[in-house]
Design a protein around this ligand. Structure first.
Ligand SMILES: [Zn+2]
Length: 290
């Protein structure tokens, strides 16, 4: 079994390096004040103590995009371990704030209890707090998961911090649907499983996709339940809403030369090495020989 070892420094191909150079120069231009957004953004820019760092002096600052069910969190957290950067998921920030007695906890619990969306302002504040705390601990770099979700958030982020690269994970919609419909949760231990066995034949130049199910141990098998919102209609609506909302954010980063589209070729065993390859991350499997 190939063991991944921590790499000293990610190495980029010349095309990736030029992409990053392009994106860095374009982000410098884009950080010019934009009168249309001044009023929205000024409070965040004023309130943050974050300092822009030269990419040479810090680790990667990446964003992971992808629709629900694509496995974004899994790939983001694996890459974070590999690159030794924190995996910052805004969903976790909201849950942690709710569990704490933090300044937004009260406001957040009202919003969440009423089923409303958490405002950009609160999300930005939580993220800013998290990044500053990381900075103070000597953390360098990050991978953001679930943020930015809107152009407004992307613009605010751009005012205070440079994003080097945005990885957009994609999976064929029919496969994604099958995967979502195959999700099961154990009613006793709460662990997540997937009973979908995906085996799509390659055709018209598209590669075959094979994703084995993630089956539970025998003692969970009889206790599996399907979440009430994992039915075809609801999943389709969720994907539609995601696509509508994410398009502008994808375009925002595409226009800055920072968007890297990655079509997942299958499950983790096929996708992970390919992802490392397109990101030009070295990985070694020498440890197993030792
Ligand atoms: Zn169980």
């Amino acid at each position: 079994m190939a063991a991944l070892t921590r790499l000293s420094k990610p190495t980029f191909s010349s095309s990736m390096a030029s992409l990053l150079r392009r994106s860095l120069s374009s982000s410098a231009m884009a950080s010019e004040p934009n009168p249309n957004f001044q009023s929205h953004h000024s409070s965040f820019s004023r309130n943050t103590n974050l300092v822009r760092k030269d990419p040479k002096d810090r680790n990667v600052q990446w964003v992971f995009l992808g629709c629900p069910g694509v496995g974004k969190g899994t790939y983001a957290s694996r890459l974070c371990k590999l690159l030794d950067v924190p995996h910052i998921a805004t969903g976790d920030l909201v849950r942690e704030e709710l569990a704490s007695a933090g300044p937004f906890a009260q406001q957040l619990s009202e919003i969440v209890n009423q089923g409303k969306l958490v405002s950009d302002e609160i999300i930005i504040n939580l993220l800013s707090k998290r990044l500053e705390a990381g900075d103070a601990k000597g953390e360098s770099g990050f991978i953001l998961d679930g943020f930015p979700r809107t152009i407004n958030q992307a613009e605010i982020l751009e005012e205070v911090i440079d994003i080097d690269l945005v990885v957009n994970l994609k999976l064929r919609e029919d496969v994604l649907m099958e995967k979502c419909l195959g999700r099961r949760i154990c009613g006793q231990c709460g662990k997540n499983f997937n009973v979908a066995s995906i085996n799509v034949k390659g055709e018209n130049g598209h590669p075959a996709i094979i994703m084995p199910p993630l089956l539970p141990p025998a003692h969970c098998m009889s206790k599996l339940v399907t979440r009430s919102d994992d039915v075809e209609e609801v999943v389709a609506e969720r994907l539609k809403i995601y696509n509508e909302k994410s398009q502008p954010v994808e375009n925002f980063y595409r226009s800055r030369g920072k968007l890297l589209e990655f079509d997942l070729p299958g499950g983790i065993p096929e996708s992970w090495p390919k992802l490392l390859q397109v990101l030009n991350l070295d990985y070694e499997d020498k440890q197993c020989a030792a």
